[in-house]
Every structure is written in C-alpha cells, then in structure tokens.
Design a protein around this ligand. Structure first.
Ligand SMILES: [Zn+2]
Length: 685
C-alpha cells in the first residue's frame, strides 16, 4: 500500500477484493470461450460457467455446492466489475452515505465539506460550462517544454512541483527499522500499463490498459486542441519512454516476493540519496515541494534512480514531455464534463467488459469518498458507529487470539524459542475494531466557492501539507492507518504496527450480526476475518517483522528453513492449479493470502472442537458462502495475473481440503476432486 504524498492519498485498494471502483478489466473471452478448463475446479467466478442443471457435490467442489443458487439468482450490477457479498455489504453502507450527503439537518464542518463536494460533482451544468478550461494553463506549460532545462523548471518550480509528474513517487511511511517514526520513501512511478513486466512481455491485461488509457487520453487531448493523430503519437511515445524506464522497475511479482523489504529497505541520508543522480534534479524537486527533511529516506529502487539519471538527456525531451502530458490529462476524466465522463464509461465497457454505469448518486459518492475520505468517515461514524458493536468485535478478536495462542504453543515443528517469540508477538497485537476514536483535524480545509476542479486541488494540497507535516514526527497510536477507508467491507493486518484492523464497513450482514449461530460466527469472524488477519502476522511477509513492527528476523535458522519449506510447498501447489483457460495461479503472488486463509480456518476449527454438537456442514457452507464472487472477464484476468488474493473459489476449496474435519463431514475419498492425500496436505503452523 502506497500513499503518494503529491497526489491523492486515498488510492489504497486490496486489489480486486473491492472491485467496485472499476480497477482493471477487459474485453470478453474469445469466441471459442476460454473461460472454462479450470483444474481441478471450474472457475465459478464466471456466471457463464454455471447452469441450473449443473450437478454439485461438496466432495468435488465445495464452493460451487454452497454458492450455485446465489450465482444463478444474482447478476453483476451496472457499472461493476465484480459482485459478491463484500460488495452487497458495501452497497448498504453506500446507501447510508448517500443519505448523509443529502441530509440537510447535518450542520458540522465535515458534513458541509462532503455535501459541498457532492453538489459540485452532481452539477453537470457547471461542469459542462467549465469543461477543460481550468486544465489549460498547466497544459500550455507542458506543451511549451522545449529543452531539458524547461522540464527541470517545470518539475522544480514551487508553483508546479507538487502536481507535476516527475518520474518518481514519494510516500509517507514509518520506517522498517524504526516503525515509530515517519520518513519519506522514494520509489518508481505508477506506470500506464500498471506492471513493469507488461513492457517486456505484454499480456492481454496490458492490452486492456493500453487500449483504455490511449483512447481516454486521445479524448482528453482533443478537448485541449490536439489532433487525434498527434494525441495517438504522443501516447505511444510516452509508452516508448516507459518501456525504457520499466527496465529498472520492479515487477508486480517481484513486489510480492518474500525478499521485497530486504531489497527495498535502502536507508539513506538526503545527501546520499541525491548523490545517486547527477543530471536528474532530485535535490531541487525536494526544494520545490518544500520538503526540508534531513533525516532518513528509504530509496526503494536505487538502480531505477541511477537509470533515470541516464535517461534524463536532451534526446529524450520530447518523450518526457509526452509522458508528463499523458499522466497529467489522465488524472481528470472524472472531474470535467459529462461528455468525457460518458466516454470514460463507454471505454470501461469496451475494454473492461463492464456493462452500464452506476447511478449519478453513487458516482458522486465514489468521488466524495475518494477525495474526502476522512470527513465522510467522521460523519458516518457519528450517525452509525455503535460502541456496543465495537466492543463485541474487540471481544471476538480477543477470543480468536486466545485460540491462536493454543495453536502456536501446540505447534509440533518449531523450536520453543521461536514459538515463545511468536506468542509474544501474538500477545502484543493491537486490536483496532470498527472505527478510530480520533481522526485527522479537518477544520482548516475549506472548499466554499470552488469549482469541482479547484476543490480537488485544494483537497490535494491539504492532504499534501498534512503528509509533509508528519515527516520526521512520531506515530500517533490513536490514529489508524489512513490508507484504508473504514467504510469499505474489508479488514487488514498492519505489520508495522502489529495490529489487526476490523473495519466498520465489514460489520454487517452477512458477515457480522447479533443473531448469528456459533457455526456462522466461527466461519465468518473466526476463520475468514479475524483469524485470517492474525495469520498475516505469521505469514511469509508478516513473519519478517517483530512484535513491535520492526523489520527483524526473530527466527532460529532451522525453524526459518522449515517455515520456508512449508510456504514454498504451498506456493508450488498453487502454481499447479489451472484457474481458467490457460491461466495458472501464480503461487508467488498469492501464497501469503492463501496461508492466511488456511491458518484462519485452522484456528476456527480449533474453536469448533470445544463446542458440543458443532454442525460442521453449516460451518463449511457458511465459510464457502463468504467467498462467493462473480467477475467480468477482465476482472478475473487482472486478479489472476496481478492479484495478491487468489481467485475466490479457490479461497474456499484450497483451505478446506487441508483439514480432516472437511473429509469427515462430506465423506470425501480418493478420486473426489476435493481430495488431497494426507502427505500432500499443507499447514503452515
Ligand atoms: Zn489477507
């Protein structure tokens, strides 16, 4: 997760877990229908694969057995790339939020902010009248670039430095070595095709990004007065430059590997960092952005910085200018006129396979929450936050932690030394449930009298100023990590604060309610939510951090070896699963999440053992139902190629087939598609 100081902070996404914001998506499968062919299970995320007469049996496919009826009766709504219980739940929250955006009785400053911005988004007449006129000034400045000095001036000038695309990204983060203090991370920029691997070996996902962004850019550039032919050339030149830059940028797969932190945790002083470049004006960019911090910087990809320095030459001026222009205009399709907005939706359909669009009200809410996340959350919590539910969730978390302690202490392969420290880490986990008690102060933000674009600029500046003010300061433990919106149906483990975060947005039907049976509660909260998140403290990534969130190896050498052997066995097993068509799972990308699913389930099954007459069929069925999901073709391709989370049907079937309780409940035998020989079953802990 990465907050870019100089752009909108709130772009966090758990990949396609909440795919409603229209992440990547795509064209439809070829005529001969490549979506089938999954092995050992068909991909039931595709509704097209499921028919009423399809026979289901938990012995062969528990996920399908538990979810066939829901899949048949549900459809992916207009404007969505996926549909699932997560998104159903989020829609409930969205409806409440939309109500708050219209509620005239609300008088707080936060309510005023979100309602004002909402009205600006919905005011098509004003937006149509303004059109792209407010983008003209910056567009002209970029268009006037003729030399490397012009580029330097543009990137370092106090007036433009904050907004200018400058071939890098900057994030505010606590350090890996000192998780108490905020510092600055400097990394490579976001790429048009998303993954640097796309520039050496283009996939159909890369084609989708390329098509969508190119057409969107041409539409925007034409509005600024460029011919479509020039715009197309401009875009392709930008892609050409990115192809060079991408040579030294880590791929998505490399970013998800176990050694990512080890590779990128390059602490440097300001002086050391800026000495990596001679031509590229890194020092002046920081001056332009008014960042005067002389503490520690983390330079994630030093080789990239050196490479950028080599590319920063006169002969690349045109290409750099084109890339700056493309990146600039692609920020704005949702904030200008109706024609552009409709074009964007049309292109989403063309390339991403999404049909229709969401209502204007929902569209406006998405815009509000993407820029004004903090005020929106504050207003929501004030109205709907329940101290009773918060307490209940905290208690449930503690209950799961208690069981987890047993699981760790009775582990049969790790040494006492490693187990003792794992338990210490477990006991130090901070539980953040529902919503924080303290939010960032918003009283100094004012958007009164602004147009939509001006309001966006003010909010971004306000965010940037806030982030800059935190650099070098100590972390405030009462504040939650802001990158995640508590209104999302989601949860996460933060390894640098050793905390589990159960967000308010997930605390509703069908995941959490007062009258759930023990079986349902254990399947949902114990296994799927809390157990899963605690497990991230001990998965292949989380296990590299200690009880205080510091990047530190606390393992004995021998235990570490055995741990890694188990993780790689699991990764290899996942590599062999055929997702659909020719796509295999990528074990490296998804093993952490799968390990968390499995260990969460292991923990819940341990809790179940203590309950007389526990109904395992009910438990496993609910577990499978939590994972139900449908996706358009492009959404599925994006998830299988770049997702950190395995495809949803496998998040049911792979974890359950590791445990004897599942075999006993459904009398699963050798030859059944869910069967895994005892020696092939995998548990990490
Ligand atoms: Zn997870």
């Amino acid at each position: 997760m990465k907050k870019r100081i100089l752009s909108v902070l709130l772009t966090f996404s758990l990949v396609l877990m909440a795919g409603s914001t229209g992440t990547v998506n795509a064209k439809q499968p070829a005529e001969d229908n490549v979506i089938t062919g999954g092995k050992p299970w068909i991909d039931s995320d595709f509704k097209e694969n499921i028919s009423a007469d399809l026979k289901t049996d938990p012995k062969d496919d528990l996920h399908l057995y538990a979810n066939k009826d829901w899949i048949l009766k549900s459809d992916i709504p207009d404007g969505y790339t996926n549909w699932s219980h997560y998104l159903e739940r989020e829609l409930d929250v969205k409806k409440q939020c939309i109500g708050l955006l219209k509620d005239e009785s609300l008088k707080s400053h936060d309510a005023e902010l979100i309602q004002t911005y909402n009205s600006l988004v919905l005011d098509w007449d004003a937006r149509n009248e303004i059109g792209v006129s407010e983008l003209q000034d910056m567009y002209d400045q970029i268009s006037a670039i003729k030399s490397i000095d012009d580029i330097t001036k543009f990137m370092t000038d106090k007036k433009t430095a904050d907004e200018a695309y400058d071939f890098l990204s900057y994030s505010l983060s606590v350090g890996y070595n000192d998780p108490e203090k905020y510092l600055v991370m400097v990394g490579s920029p976001d790429l048009l095709l998303s993954d640097s691997a796309e520039y050496s070996k283009r996939t159909e996902l890369g084609d989708m990004y390329y098509g969508y962004k190119k057409d969107m850019f041409v539409c925007m550039a034409e509005k600024m007065g460029m011919s479509s032919k020039d715009a197309e050339e401009c875009f392709d030149t930008a892609i050409g430059l990115e192809t060079e830059l991408a040579k030294k940028i880590l791929t998505t797969e490399e970013k998800l590997k176990d050694d990512y932190v080890e590779k990128t945790n390059n602490e440097m002083s300001f002086k050391e960092m800026v000495s990596l470049t001679k031509e590229f004006p890194l020092e002046d960019i920081f001056t332009g952005m008014n960042i005067k911090y002389d503490g520690i910087y983390i330079v994630e990809e030093p080789d990239y910085l050196k490479w950028l320095d080599k590319i920063y030459t006169d002969e690349n001026v045109e290409a750099m200018k084109d890339l700056i222009l493309v990146q600039y205009l692609l920020k704005y399709p949702t904030r200008i006129d109706k024609e552009t907005f409709d074009k964007r939706n049309e292109l989403f359909g063309k390339y991403f396979g999404v049909s229709g669009t969401v209502s204007d009200e929902e569209m406006a809410y998405r815009e509000v929450v993407s820029l004004l996340q903090i005020p929106m959350q504050k207003v929501y919590v004030e109205k709907y936050g329940s101290a009773e539910d918060k307490k209940k969730m905290e208690d449930l978390c503690k209950e799961v932690i208690d069981t987890y302690r047993e699981l760790l202490s009775e582990n049969d392969w790790a040494s006492d030394e490693t187990k003792e420290y794992a338990i210490e880490k477990l006991d130090k986990i901070t539980i953040y449930a529902a919503y924080p008690e303290k939010f960032r102060d918003t009283s100094n933000l004012d958007i009164e009298g602004c147009s939509l674009i001006e309001a966006g600029w003010r909010i971004e500046k306000w965010n940037n100023d806030y982030m800059k003010s935190l650099i070098g300061t100590n972390k405030d433990h009462e504040m939650w990590f802001e990158g995640c919106n508590i209104l999302e149906c989601n949860a996460f483990y933060d390894r640098q604060s050793n905390s589990i975060n159960m967000l308010l947005g997930m605390m509703g039907e069908p995941f959490f309610s007062k009258d759930m049976s023990t079986e349902e509660l254990y399947a949902s909260i114990a296994a799927f939510w809390v157990g899963h998140e605690i497990s991230h403290a001990f998965d292949n990534n989380g296990a590299q951090f200690d009880a205080y969130g510091q990047y530190r190896d606390w393992w004995t050498a021998e235990d570490k070896k055995e741990f890694q052997r188990r993780v790689s066995k699991m990764s290899g097993y996942l590599d062999n699963i055929v997702a659909f068509g020719d796509y295999h799972f990528n074990g490296t990308n998804v093993v952490s999440e799968m390990a968390a699913d499995m260990t969460g389930l292991q923990c819940a099954l341990r809790m179940a053992k203590k309950v007389d007459g526990f109904d395992y069929d009910k438990f496993f069925t609910k577990y499978a139902q939590m994972n139900v999901n449908m996706a358009v073709y492009g959404g599925e391709v994006a998830q299988v190629l770049q997702g950190e989370h395995p495809l949803y049907y496998s998040r049911t079937n792979v974890p359950v087939q590791q445990f004897e309780e599942f075999y006993e409940t459904y009398d699963v035998k050798e030859g059944d598609a869910m069967y895994l020989a005892p020696e092939d079953r995998l548990v990490i802990w």
